[in-house]
Write a protein of this length. Structure first.
Length: 227
């Protein structure tokens, strides 16, 4: 609908529509640690929007009555998980200098969010969410390390051809979503599929191993993208 037609349809609503052309796309890699692991996905988006404003970035917004910032996080992190490898794409309305931007953004963010890198990305590149193929996690017990019994259960999981689970009242096979699973130095390391419609969840793997999610500390250590 054109701007003139919108004004005829809603004559008493003051608004200005303009075509936004995205000039620059930046990719921010950051860590989410400490108490910030209890910040949900939507609140994290709001946190980054505030950070962009405070850093005076020319953040691009969608059009309409409820404009939203043009930002995308690669993969939602479950509540309570920490991470060393979160990735965010942010669209800007004009070019900016990247020198010093990491430090500038860091100064606007709360303790627990650590910016590790900022780089420019081709706007024509596929969206982040479509490029994630798997994720790696490190799991530790809050009180002590995992024992030999867990090692035997891990071997049993890896030898299994099928592991039937139920999610949202639908059965699915967890086994092909487990790409790697190992016990090392008292911690569990796992690599799980993270494709759209085929995402492995660490808490599901822990449940199969007989480990209570509440007794663990889980950290995402790496996101693997399509090459």
């Amino acid at each position: 609908m054109s701007q003139n037609l919108l004004r005829l349809a809603f004559p008493f609503v003051p608004f200005v529509l303009r075509e936004i052309k995205i000039i620059m796309r930046i990719r921010i890699t950051f860590q989410k640690l400490g108490a910030l692991r209890y910040t949900g996905h939507l609140d994290l988006h709001k946190l980054w929007e505030r950070a962009a404003r405070r850093a005076e970035l020319p953040l691009a917004y969608s059009q309409g009555f409820h404009p939203q910032p043009k930002m995308n996080i690669a993969a939602a992190l479950p509540l309570g998980f920490s991470s060393r490898c979160e990735v965010l794409d942010m669209r800007l309305e004009h070019d900016i200098q990247l020198d010093g931007l990491r430090e500038k953004l860091q100064g606007t963010l709360p303790t627990g969010i650590q910016v590790t890198s900022v780089e420019s990305v081709d706007e024509r590149a596929p969206t982040l969410q479509t490029q994630v193929v798997s994720a790696e996690y490190e799991v530790s017990l809050t009180e002590a390390g995992f024992g030999s019994e867990v090692k035997r259960k891990i071997e049993s999981v890896l030898e299994s051809e099928v592991i039937v689970r139920t999610r949202r009242e639908k059965e699915y096979d967890l086994r092909p979503l487990i790409e790697a699973l190992v016990l090392l130095d008292g911690k569990i390391f796992m690599k799980l599929a993270a494709r759209e419609g085929a995402t492995g969840r660490p808490e599901e793997v822990l449940d199969v191993l007989g480990i209570a999610f509440e007794d663990t500390r889980i950290e995402r250590t790496s996101l693997i993208f399509q090459s």
